[in-house]
Design a protein around this ligand. Structure first.
Ligand code: SAH
Length: 249
């Protein structure tokens, strides 16, 4: 029996393959097995060594080719075979990527696990579209929240009213499915309907596009401009800076 292998939860960055970290790329080149999903930058897969096993567990808008339990089983089994496994995840592994759950599962099975943080789309996509999520004149804090687009049956556990009253910048991931509803909840909770909102689709990739509007009209603008998931929604006066800064890609 070979010794147990190990698993690296590696952030692939937001899409531009050059936005993976140096450490992440080194590990990707050495790995025996790469378990990746839809948002993890296909270009990067060209970097793997000859003979490496590529496993696509493709998560797309909540429709998983392989369910989370299955993903956990695969990475545990491959590590137990003595393999060096890279679990390549879009953006940062611990930002709404269920990376935390995967790490827990690996620990539970006594498998060595490491994380290599990545450039999260939550900050990078707005940045590349000219929206800094904090700015001395606009927002000194930022809240990251899921719009739950993939889990429509789940009860809405986000306190939109609380968020509306909190101020600062609100960054919504997985926010396109319920954009109109969530903007409505923020407005009902007291958010000024004229609050600037920017939406950035596929930030950092050649397909990057964005829309700007207000909390009351952003959903309509996205519909008009055909801007859909995957996208990051930024609510707050920082979104106005896009007009000044323009595209920063
Ligand atoms: N761990 C990832 C997020 C996974 S959740 C990260 O840190 O980026 C998936 C959501 O991320 C998508 O629904 C979308 O809101 C956002 N997303 C991922 N890549 C994106 C990109 N290139 N541009 C805009 N949004 C992106």
């Amino acid at each position: 029996m070979s010794a147990d292998g190990e698993v690296y939860l590696v952030g692939a960055g937001p899409g531009d393959p050059r936005l993976i970290t140096v450490k992440g790329l080194e590990l990707l080149r050495q790995a025996d097995v790469i378990v990746y999903d839809y948002l993890a930058g296909e270009e990067l897969l060209k970097e793997v060594k000859k003979g490496a096993e590529l496993i696509d567990v493709g998560k797309k808008g909540g429709c998983h080719k392989v369910k989370q339990d299955g993903i956990n089983d695969i990475i545990v089994a491959k590590a137990k075979e003595g393999k060096k496994v890279v679990r390549l995840k879009g953006g940062d592994p611990f930002m709404f990527g269920r990376g935390g759950e995967e790490a827990e599962e690996l620990r539970k099975h006594g498998v060595a696990v490491h994380v290599v943080p990545g450039v999260t789309s939550a900050i990078a996509a707005p940045a590349l579209a000219g929206v800094p999520v904090t700015h001395r004149d606009h927002a000194s804090f930022v809240t990251f929240v899921t719009g739950h687009e993939s889990d429509s049956k789940e009860e809405d556990i986000i306190d939109w009213k609380g968020l509306a009253q909190l101020g600062g910048t609100i960054v919504i991931l997985m926010g396109m499915g319920h954009l109109e509803k969530n903007m409505g909840s923020l407005i009902d909770g007291g958010l000024d309907p004229s609050t600037p909102v920017a939406v950035v689709h596929r930030g950092s990739t050649p397909a990057q596009r964005s829309a700007v509007g207000t909390a009351s009209d952003i959903a309509a603008r996205c519909r008009e401009q055909n801007i859909s998931s995957p996208a990051v929604v930024v609510v707050g006066s920082v979104a106005r800076l896009k007009d000044v800064l323009g595209d920063l890609r």
